[in-house]
Design a protein around this ligand. Structure first.
Ligand code: SAM
Length: 232
C-alpha cells in the first residue's frame, strides 16, 4: 500500500540522510513504553523544525502540546544553552514523561512545562508579559487552533516563525461540513488556515507531507509588521 511505501521511504531517509541523534529515538521509545499515543512528529519534521529554529537564530520557543517531549527536544537542542522552550500540556502524565525524557537528554534546564489547558496557560503567559517568542509550534487540540494562533500573535514580534501541525489530515481539511469524528478539529484547522491567509501580519505557506503516519501537512508562517505586510 501507499502507507507502507511512504513508511519505508521515510525509514530510508532517516537512516541515510537525516540521521537523528540516538537521544531522539530514546525519547520516542520511552514515550511509547509509557503508554503515550505515537502521535509525535516524524523525525524528518522534528529535524526540520530544529533547523528552522537554528536558521532563525531563535533563543525562545513556545510550544502548544508537549506529549512526551519529542518535538520539545528538537527545539531545546536547537535554541542552544542560553535558549528556553516553554511548552504547554494538558495531561499531567504526559508532562511527567516529557520531564523525564528531557532530563535524560540533558536538556531539562532549558524547558519549562506548564500543565493545564493551553488556552488558560497561554493567557497567563500573555498577562505576565512573557515573550515575544522567536518560534511558536502549535500542536495541541486542533479544535482550538485558531485561538492558539491568535494567542501566538500576541506573543510574537515581526520575524517570529509560527508552525502549525496536522493541517491536512488525510485530505479531510477540504470537508468544511465535516460531521466525522474529527469535525471540530477540521473546523479549527480551517479557521487557522483562513487566518494565516488573511491576517496582514501573517505571511505563510503550507506543505503537504507523507510518512509512516500517512498523508498530512504543516503550516509555516512568519510574522510581518502589519503595515509593511498590508503595503506589500
Ligand atoms: N508536539 C508533540 C510532538 O510532536 O512530540 C506532540 C503533541 S500531541 C499531537 C498533542 C498534545 O496536546 C497531547 O499531549 C495532548 O494531551 C495535548 N493537549 C490536548 N488538549 C490540550 C489542551 N487543551 N491544552 C494543552 N495541551 C493539550
Amino acid at each position: 500500500t501507499s502507507l507502507e511505501h511512504w513508511a519505508a521511504v521515510d525509514d530510508y531517509l532517516v537512516a541515510t540522510a537525516i540521521r537523528p541523534d540516538a537521544a531522539y529515538e530514546r525519547t520516542r521509545e520511552a514515550s511509547h513504553a509509557a503508554g503515550l499515543r505515537p502521535i509525535e512528529v516524524p523525525a524528518g519534521q522534528g529535524k526540520l523544525m530544529g533547523l528552522i529554529t537554528e536558521l532563525a537564530g531563535a533563543r525562545s520557543v513556545l510550544e502548544f502540546g508537549t506529549l512526551g517531549g519529542y518535538s520539545t527536544q528538537w527545539f531545546a537542542a536547537a535554541v542552544g544553552p542560553q535558549g528556553r522552550v516553554t511548552t504547554l500540556e494538558y495531561e499531567p502524565r504526559h508532562a511527567e514523561v516529557a520531564r523525564q525524557n528531557l532530563d535524560a537528554a540533558g536538556l531539562g534546564e532549558r524547558v519549562e512545562i506548564r500543565v493545564g489547558a493551553a488556552l488558560e496557560t497561554v493567557r497567563e503567559l500573555i498577562d505576565s508579559g512573557a515573550g515575544p517568542f522567536d518560534v511558536v509550534f502549535i500542536d495541541a487540540d486542533k479544535a482550538n487552533n485558531a485561538n492558539y494562533l491568535a494567542a501566538a500573535l500576541r506573543l510574537s514580534r515581526p520575524g517570529t516563525v509560527i508552525i502549525g501541525d496536522n493541517v491536512v489530515r488525510g485530505g479531510r481539511v477540504l470537508d468544511d461540513s465535516s460531521t466525522g469524528a474529527d469535525a471540530a478539529d477540521v473546523a479549527g484547522i480551517r479557521a487557522y488556515l483562513e487566518r494565516q491567509g488573511q491576517d496582514p501580519r501573517l505571511d505563510g505557506t503550507v506543505l503537504q507531507t507523507v510518512s509512516g503516519k500517512g498523508w498530512d501537512g504543516f503550516a509555516l508562517a512568519i510574522v510581518r509588521e502589519a503595515d509593511a505586510a498590508a503595503a506589500g
